[in-house]
Design a protein around this ligand. Sequence first.
Ligand code: AP5
Ligand code: MG
Length: 222
Amino acid sequence: MRDFYVFLGPPGAGKGTQAKIVAARMGIPQISSGDIFRENLTNQTEMGILANKYIKVGELVPDDITISMVRGRISKADCARGAILDGFPRTPAQAEAFDGILKENGCRINKVPFIKVPENVLIERLSGRLTCRAEGHVFHKVNNPPREAGICDYDGSALYQREDDKPETVARRIRVYEQQTRPLIEYYMERGLLVEIDGDRSIDLVSAELTKILLDDEGNDV
Ligand code: AP5
Ligand code: MG
């Protein structure tokens, strides 16, 4: 049985930061729907150009586009041992579709860590975020600066500020999260999958807790 993990939380909670660390420790891929859309925009694909119309104003990309994109991604060979999903599902329709896709493939969700962070901290994190062009590695001007200004520590690509990290778009994204994604907390709680994590701590403390919860569960050494 392939196990999938869904990292849930508002914009800026640290889903991408943590999913990258924990996925590397577990030896499974991190799948970020936002990163895939941004990659498609960089490559000027039809999907990337369409998705960007929603992303740049802080709205969600329509469910049908997002679901078929993730369906395709998790069918790739590197997901043979499962994966960590970061930013998907984020509507009840996506969650139901994802359950169906996993069932068809004999897979399941093992856990849904919900990374909880107060709104004022989210705004501060997003306003200082720097993202790498190549693979979406994230840094923060103050909390997590790169070794060399403007350059990604991992792949040497240029760092930039995401267009949707402007204050008015951040406010919109947080409202969209409250309206459309927050209901998933209850969805996964009812299914006994939700694990709440205090995300308002250092990156290392949060990743240590997540690693313990996810790896312990597989019976591996932490
Ligand atoms: P997406 O890219 O998923 O953005 P998001 O959900 O808004 O989340 P973020 O990436 O902004 O935050 P994060 O939780 O990953 O935080 P990070 O680790 O970077 O989606 C973008 C857009 O794509 C959406 O608005 C939508 O339009 C579209 N989209 C994507 N998925 C979709 C879907 N399923 N359906 C429909 N549309 C979809 O950390 C943030 C900052 O904080 C960084 O600077 C980091 O260094 C810093 N930081 C992290 N942790 C800590 C810590 N513990 N202490 C201090 N600083 C920290
Ligand atoms: Mg992210």
